[in-house]
Write a protein that binds this ligand. Structure first.
Ligand SMILES: Cc1cc2nc3c(=O)[nH]c(=O)nc-3n(C[C@H](O)[C@H](O)[C@H](O)COP(=O)(O)OP(=O)(O)OC[C@H]3O[C@@H](n4cnc5c(N)ncnc54)[C@H](O)[C@@H]3O)c2cc1C
Length: 460
């Protein structure tokens, strides 16, 4: 590898890139990395972390309301958006510095520049430098996509801008029903905005279990979020002080901000991929094998740019597996099954494994266990809310193949339930586990009566 300036060049300093660079360097490789914006990538700078901080902020509103039933008087509670954003930015800057240290310690050289492929072994920096590398890892992540270029789309913001608004929007319209849209609807509603969520399909959170989708929508509506389905925003007009969003059915809504949370696409443009022979997959991401190797043998790709499962822990695991495979002498394949995921909506959603519809199309017999009840906390607070817990069981093997929860703490509960699902625990194992009382999660081990049993159906 000595003909090269470095053994590994990593393009992109996000979750996948930083992990891969650090581990490869710890394995003894000479590593360089280019980041065009800020170290930490989407998750740290404008994704999971700042979002969760905003989610925490938004939940105080409900807590103040709930506190009254427990005897508290909360006087003069008021919220200041600029304080929240300034404090959030301080924490993000701290984390960014931590990422810098993580790379500096094992000796990774960082270029603060956009980087592209000049050939299969040469990386060209926008700042002019060129680096020759034995291996190149592409981890450029994803970028927001606005979908159709409707009239006035230039007035819309994406989640990127939502983290830095100079003024708090008293009214906001959010287009799309995916997890980012639903989370921001909860954030803005909790902080005091009037929120309208507009989605083309029948119901929000396509791909999630149907009971989860129905339950969440009903609870969001109870909390004052207007959910408009079967329609999209067809045009945005700038009215000076605010905007008018026209829906596809001709109705209008006036708002201080219009947000398009319209999903993200792999960041593959103008990287020089085609010129060096790196193929794209049908999903628009870089095509890779199980070791994350692309169609060019010394070029690999991990994380959102491959559009496999676009979550931080997955990008990190893929980056680590790449480094172990290529520089650690330990070929490692990432298992992409039973990846738990959460929606930090209000109320929260946590899921792992198959939905009921997936199970019914794949398994000879599917047993469904479902429980919906008013949590203890809501009795005194008076909040009109219920939690949903649902287990999907393979009726032939008794294995729990899916766990779906909507309610406070759902993400934390599902992280633990995911261990059991991954270990192939059976419903009998769940039943044999003693309940921890009084909790919401105890229902996972006390559901004895099947809600339904289904024989295999036609494919979804
Ligand atoms: C609003 C939002 C909320 C999210 N919430 C969650 C969550 O709660 N949980 C979760 O698991 N995931 C969440 N995600 C997804 C998560 O952020 C991504 O899956 C994760 O960041 C992917 O890591 P990555 O390394 O593939 O890419 P990224 O983290 O996106 O990193 C890519 C980096 O490459 C840089 N780059 C791009 N092109 C170039 C170039 N040519 N040269 C140099 N640098 C370049 C970019 O600036 C970026 O820093 C969220 C995403 C968003 C947008």
């Amino acid at each position: 590898m000595s003909d090269y300036d470095v053994d590994l060049f990593v393009i992109g300093g996000g979750s996948g890139g930083v992990r891969a660079a650090r581990i490869a360097a710890q394995h003894g490789a000479r590593v360089a990395l280019a980041e065009e914006y800020r170290l930490g990538g989407t998750c740290v700078i404008r994704g999971c972390v700042p979002k969760k901080l905003l989610v925490y902020a938004s939940r105080f509103h409900g807590e103040f309301e709930d506190a009254v039933g427990f005897g508290w008087t909360v006087q003069h509670a008021s919220f200041d958006w600029n304080t929240l954003i300034a404090n959030k930015d301080k924490e993000i800057a701290r984390l960014e510095a931590v990422y810098g240290t993580l790379l500096a310690k094992p000796g990774v050289k960082v270029f603060k520049s956009r980087a592209t492929l000049a050939d299969a072994h040469t990386v060209q920096m926008a700042t002019g430098e060129r680096v020759r590398a034995a291996y190149i890892l592409i981890c450029t992540g994803g970028a927001p996509s606005y979908g159709d270029r409707i009239p006035g789309i230039e007035h819309a913001i994406s989640s990127n801008e939502a983290f830095h608004l100079a003024e708090f929007p008293r009214r906001i319209v959010i287009q799309r029903g995916g997890y980012i849209a639903v989370e921001f609807a909860g954030i803005f509603a909790g902080l005091g905005s009037q929120v309208t969520l507009a989605y083309r399909g029948e119901n929000i959170l396509r791909g999630f279990d149907d009971d989860v989708r129905l339950h969440l929508r009903a609870d969001m509506e109870k909390r004052g979020i207007r959910v408009v389905t079967g329609r999209t925003i067809a045009a945005i007009e700038n009215l000076g002080e605010h905007y008018s969003a026209r829906f596809s059915d001709g109705n209008h809504v006036t708002a201080d901000r219009v947000m398009f949370a319209t999903g993200r696409v792999p960041h593959v443009h103008k990287l020089g991929l085609k010129e060096v022979g790196v193929d794209l997959a049908q999903n628009g991401g870089i095509a890779v094998d199980e070791y994350s190797r692309t169609s060019v043998s010394n070029i690999y790709a991990v994380g959102d740019v491959t559009n496999r499962i676009n979550l931080t822990p997955v990008a990190i695991r893929e980056g680590h597996a790449f480094a172990d495979t290529v520089f650690g002498g330990k070929p490692t394949v990432v298992d992409h099954t039973n990846v738990p995921t959460a929606v930090f909506s209000e109320p929260e959603v946590g899921v792992v494994g198959l939905t009921e519809a997936q199970a019914r199309s794949r398994l000879a017999q599917t047993d469904v266990y479902k429980s919906m009840f008013r949590p203890l906390k809501a009795t005194l607070s008076g909040r009109d809310t219920t939690v949903l817990l649902k287990l999907i069981v393979d009726g032939t093997t008794d294995r729990v193949v899916g766990c779906h929860i909507v309610g406070e703490g759902a993400a934390e509960m599902v992280q633990i339930a995911a261990i059991a699902v991954k270990m192939k625990a059976t419903k009998a194992d769940f039943d044999a586990t003693m309940a921890l009382h009084p909790t919401v999660a105890e229902e996972l081990v006390t559901m004895r009566t099947r809600s339904a049993t289904y024989a295999r159906e036609a494919a979804e």
